[in-house]
Design a protein around this ligand. Structure first.
Ligand code: PMP
Length: 442
C-alpha cells in the first residue's frame, strides 16, 4: 500500500519529477522517510505552500538555514540591488571585504576568511589544510556528527557501527557511503562525542598520525546535544598537546547561537571553523575561517589550491551581508533563544502531560525532543539506546498529514531537530504546540 501523502499535489508533478530527477529529488535528504519527495510553490515567513495549494507551518526552514524565515524583505531588497549592479564579476567587491570583516570581527578564531559555496566545501578544505599543516593522514570525527558528504567525513553518520567499538574507543571504520575506497575510510577515525577518555585512547593509539579533529561543537545532527561541561576545553587541550588541528564545524551553530558561534558561547577557540546555513540565511554561501598561519596554506600563497566558479558571487555576498546586519540588531539572539526555549519547554510539557518520558533541548532556536529519553542524551550511543523511533515516526506522520506541520523528521537513528527562527511568532509556536499535543495523543 502506498504511504499516505501529506499533500494532495497532482500525481502528474511527481511523475514528471521521477522521470528526470533521481527519485524525484535533487538532494537525497529531500526524499523524506514515509512520504518521499514533496513539491512546494512558495514560502513566506514561517509558512510554506505546496503545489497543491496547502499551507504548512514550516519547522524545517531550509534544513536550518532560514534564520530570518522565508523570503525576508531585507534579503530580497539586497538581491534586487545586486542584480541591478550586475552580480557576476567573478572578482571580489567591497561587499566581499565587508562580509569577511564581519566574520573576523565576531568569530574568535577568524583571523582570516575564505568563502566557499557549501558547507561540504568548507569542511573539505579545512581537513585538507590540516593535513597540509601537519603532514599527517588521519581525520578524527565523532559518531553522529555531520560534515557533508566528502570522502573524509562520511563515516559515523546514520549507520554508525555502534557494535564495532574498538578497545581504544575508536570505531572500526567502514565507509559511510558506497564509492569511498577502504584506503580512504581507513584514514577516518570515529569516536563517541562527550567522552574525553575515548578521545585520549584514540590519540594514544594513533600518536603522531591524527591531522585534525573535526566536530560540531554543539551536536545538531542527531537531535541537539550540548557539550558536557569542560568537554570542549578538554578536546582543545588534547589537540594542542598532540599538535593536531581542531576544526569546529559551525555550519549549524555559527550565527545561530550568537554572532561568535559556539566557540564564543563556550569560550573555546578552535584552529579552523566552517560556517554556512544561518550565515547567508538561505543563500548558497559558506566560509572557512581560522588562524592566519593555517589559512595561509590555501593557495595563493599556499600549496592547497582552492577553486569554485560559483563561490561567493556578489549576489549571495550582498544577500548574506544584509542578513548579517539583521542578525546584528540588538536583541536578535535574545528573542530567538526565548522562542526556542518556549518551544522546547512546550514540547516537554505536552509530552509530560501525555505521560510520555521525553526530554527537549534547544539552542538558538534549533530544538529537539527525544521521546523515550527522560534525560537529554550525551551522545549517539545514548540516543540509540533510549530514543523511541517508532513513536517519533507516528507523531511526525500525524503532524505532516493531519496537522500540516512540516518538521519532526525521524532520521535513521536520531530525531532531526526542528528550527525555530526569527520568523516564528509566539502565536506560531503556540499553534505548533497545540498541533503537537493533538499528534501525540492521537
Ligand atoms: N556541516 C554540518 C554541521 C551540516 O549540518 C551540514 C549540512 N547539513 C554540512 C556540514 C554540509 O553543508 P552543505 O549541505 O552546505 O554541504
Amino acid at each position: 500500500m502506498p504511504s499516505p501523502r501529506p499533500m494532495a499535489y497532482p500525481d502528474e508533478v511527481r511523475r514528471r519529477a521521477e522521470a528526470c530527477l533521481v527519485s524525484g529529488v535533487s538532494r537525497g535528504f529531500n526524499f523524506l522517510p514515509e512520504f518521499g519527495p514533496l513539491y512546494f510553490s512558495s514560502g513566506t515567513g514561517s509558512r510554506l505552500r505546496d503545489v497543491g495549494g496547502h499551507d504548512y507551518l514550516d519547522l524545517v526552514m531550509g534544513w536550518g538555514s532560514l534564520l530570518l524565515g522565508h523570503n525576508p524583505p531585507v534579503i530580497a531588497d539586497a538581491l534586487r540591488q545586486a542584480v541591478e549592479t550586475g552580480s557576476l564579476f567573478q572578482h571580489e567587491t567591497v561587499a566581499h571585504i565587508e562580509l569577511a570583516e564581519f566574520v573576523a570581527r565576531h568569530v574568535p578564531c577568524a583571523e582570516k576568511v575564505r568563502f566557499t559555496g557549501s558547507g561540504l566545501e568548507a569542511t573539505l578544505y579545512a581537513t585538507r589544510v590540516a593535513r597540509a599543516h601537519t603532514g599527517r593522514r588521519k581525520i578524527l570525527k565523532f559518531e553522529g556528527h555531520f560534515h557533508g558528504m566528502h570522502d573524509a567525513t562520511t563515516l559515523g553518520l546514520s549507520s554508525s557501527p555502534l557494535g564495532e567499538r574498538r578497545l581504544d574507543g575508536t570505531v572500526e571504520p567502514t565507509a559511510g557511503s558506497a564509492g569511498v575506497p577502504d584506503v580512504v575510510a581507513d584514514l577516518t577515525l570515529v569516536v563517541p562525542y562527550n567522552d574525553l577518555s575515548a578521545l585520549e585512547s584514540a590519540f594514544r593509539a594513533h600518536r603522531g598520525d591524527i591531522a585534525a579533529v573535526i566536530m560540531e561543537p554543539i551536536a545538531m545532527n542527531m537531535g541537539c546535544i550540548a557539550p558536557a561541561p569542560g568537554y570542549l576545553a578538554g578536546v582543545r587541550q588534547i589537540c594542542a598537546q598532540d599538535g593536531a588541528v581542531l576544526i569546529f564545524d559551525e555550519v549549524l551553530t555559527g550565527f545561530r547561537v550568537g554572532l561568535g558561534g559556539a566557540q564564543a558561547k563556550y569560550g573555546v577557540t578552535p584552529d579552523l571553523a566552517c560556517f554556512s546555513k544561518a550565515f547567508g540565511c538561505g543563500l548558497p554561501i559558506a566560509a572557512l575561517a581560522g588562524r592566519a598561519d593555517l589559512m595561509a596554506l590555501l593557495g595563493p600563497p599556499g600549496p592547497v589550491p582552492m577553486s569554485g566558479t560559483n563561490s561567493a558571487r556578489l549576489l549571495v555576498v550582498a544577500g548574506a551581508l544584509a542578513a548579517m546586519r539583521e542578525l546584528a540588531q540588538p536583541g536578535f539572539y535574545d528573542g530567538l533563544e526565548k522562542r526556542g526555549q518556549q518551544m522546547a519547554q512546550g514540547l516537554a510539557t505536552v509530552a509530560a502531560d501525555a505521560g510520555i518520558a521525553a526530554s527537549a533541548v534547544s539552542f538558538g532556536g534549533r530544538t529537539s525532543i527525544f521521546f523515550g529519553c527522560p534525560e537529554p542524551p550525551a551522545n549517539l550511543r545514548d540516543v540509540a539506546s533510549g530514543w523511541d523511533a517508532d513513536f517519533h515516526t507516528r507523531v511526525y506522520r500525524e503532524l505532516m498529514t493531519s496537522q500540516h506541520v512540516y518538521g519532526f523528521i525521524p532520521l535513521p537513528n536520531a530525531p532531526d531537530p526542528i528550527n525555530v527562527t526569527a520568523a516564528h511568532s509566539e502565536a506560531d509556536i503556540e499553534e505548533a504546540l497545540d498541533k503537537f499535543a493533538t499528534a501525540v495523543s492521537s
